[in-house]
Ligand binder design. Structure first.
Ligand SMILES: Cc1cc2nc3c(=O)[nH]c(=O)nc-3n(C[C@H](O)[C@H](O)[C@H](O)COP(=O)(O)OP(=O)(O)OC[C@H]3O[C@@H](n4cnc5c(N)ncnc54)[C@H](O)[C@@H]3O)c2cc1C
Length: 316
């Protein structure tokens, strides 16, 4: 396939991002003998977590180990090349795409798959960063098991605080809703929490205590402390800088987690012909298992689309 300069598109597909979604996609593309370039900046969102909770066959495995194993598997497929670095920009051109690489070079491709993940933003409370993905977490399904049966806190208020505090009761019978101000509960919700044995603490939260990524207590602005071994915090997910937008992909309005997920159809195709997006970047249900599945499905549909195009069928 030629682009507007008469140059061959060098790659069948460029996969931007090599986390769970991108590695999974590259594996399918490699096994289908597609010329595939994978470019990755090495910032997988769960890299600080001590283990991946809930991934079949890899439950509790350190994230870096999983990604290294995924990269090793790709080495068996000669049509796949993996490069480290950022893709700072790109554009759609005629029948394909031109992407800039961090070293200033440009690569052309017939398809682009964005598996760029999302930026997880948590509250600006001192002490979260060094405990993130360990004793402070956003997903009870990912980290509830490791933090089970100890005093747990939920930093939140209102209806979402109620929901999350009741959910955390699955993992501990000692749960406190830390409202960091007025808890904003109606009478029914207050009764639900009381009946479930959830304590409500409205003191202003000032910081966290505990050595080496652990949490032992929450500290309040009034100088008081509450014993706490694990803290569930709210997050919002945001597009990482620019690439999806530069390539013209529409984003959806704010959902329960992601404020600007890339809009895709059921096969992970975006609003831009030839541009696909899989994993957190286009999801409201972020998890490693979902990212693996999405990357795999998107890659298969890319192969089918390229084959269709080559044989004059309606391209996907
Ligand atoms: C702290 C934490 C703990 C978690 N724990 C769990 C858990 O236990 N179990 C679970 O199922 N889920 C967990 N999750 C969610 C899970 O990590 C994500 O849903 C999943 O990793 C998403 O995979 P992905 O491939 O879409 O994105 P990512 O893993 O974020 O990978 C995206 C990759 O793309 C790269 N990239 C981005 N932009 C560019 C660019 N322009 N150029 C080149 N590369 C780029 C990034 O650097 C990164 O390497 C956790 C999330 C967090 C934040």
């Amino acid at each position: 396939m030629r682009n507007h300069r008469g140059m061959e598109n060098r790659w069948d597909c460029i996969v931007v991002g090599a986390g769970a979604a991108g590695l999974s996609a590259a594996l399918v593309l490699g096994r289908a003998r597609q010329q595939t370039l994978v470019v990755d900046a090495g910032g997988q969102s769960n890299r600080d977590a001590h283990g991946i909770g809930g991934l079949l066959g890899h439950d509790g495995r350190p994230p870096a180990e999983l990604y290294a194993a995924g990269r090793d598997e790709l080495a068996a497929y000669p049509t796949v090349e993996l490069r480290f670095g950022e893709v700072p920009g790109g554009e759609r051109r005629d029948a394909g795409f031109v992407l800039e690489l961090a070293d200033g070079s440009r690569e052309t491709a017939r398809r682009v798959l964005l598996t760029t993940g999302m930026d997880y933003r948590y509250p600006g409370l001192a002490g979260i960063a060094e405990r993130w993905g360990r004793s402070v977490f956003h997903c009870p399904f990912c980290h509830g098991w490791e933090n089970r049966d100890q005093p747990l806190g939920v930093l939140d208020r209102g209806a979402s605080g109620v929901h999350r505090a009741l959910l955390l009761r699955v993992w501990s019978d000692d749960v406190t809703l830390l409202a960091d101000g007025p808890a904003e509960l109606d009478a029914d919700d207050a009764e639900r929490l009381r009946a479930a044995g959830v304590t409500v603490d409205e003191r202003r939260v000032a910081g966290l205590l505990g050595p080496d990524g652990t949490l032992t207590a929450v500290v309040f602005a009034d100088g008081g402390e509450r014993t706490c071994g694990g803290l569930l915090v709210p997050v919002t997910l945001h597009q990482r800088p620019a690439l999806a937008e530069q390539l013209g992909a529409a984003t959806s309005g704010a959902g329960p987690l992601a404020v600007d997920a890339v809009e895709v159809d059921s096969m992970f195709h975006t609003s831009v012909p030839g541009l696909w997006a899989a994993g957190d970047v286009s999801s409201q249900v972020p998890s490693v298992a979902n990212a693996v599945a999405a990357g795999s499905s998107a890659a298969a549909m890319i192969v089918v689309g390229l084959m269709s195009e080559a044989h004059g069928l309606t391209p996907a």
